[in-house]
Design a protein around this ligand. Sequence first.
Ligand code: AMP
Length: 113
Amino acid sequence: MSTVFSKIIAREIPARIVYEDDQCLAFHDVAPQAPVHILVIPKKEIARVGAATAADDALLGHLIFVAQSVAKEQGLHETGFRLVINHGRDGGESVPHLHVHVLGGRALGWPPG
Ligand code: AMP
């Protein structure tokens, strides 16, 4: 399914992009929930983490690696940060294109709401 994130990848709608390579794209969330809130998405259309297949194994690892690199670039390695992937209704997923949230810049509550 084509989503708003596919349109961002295709540059059909704007985003504040902070990182891109052949496999993924990272950009600021339009409705930030923390001082730093960046999304890392695969260019491949995978609806959600549970839709990944064994062929996506390395891509999933790459997304996590890029997410922590983005966190470092944003100066979050010292203070800390959180990576979040929401799957489905109860997980709070609203865009059906896999994305890793990078959240930081304030103390984050636990457990999540
Ligand atoms: P989730 O609820 O986990 O599916 O996260 C989807 C995220 O995408 C939310 O945090 C939204 O604020 C964000 N979002 C939706 N549309 C855009 C957009 N056009 N640019 C950047 N972030 C977006």
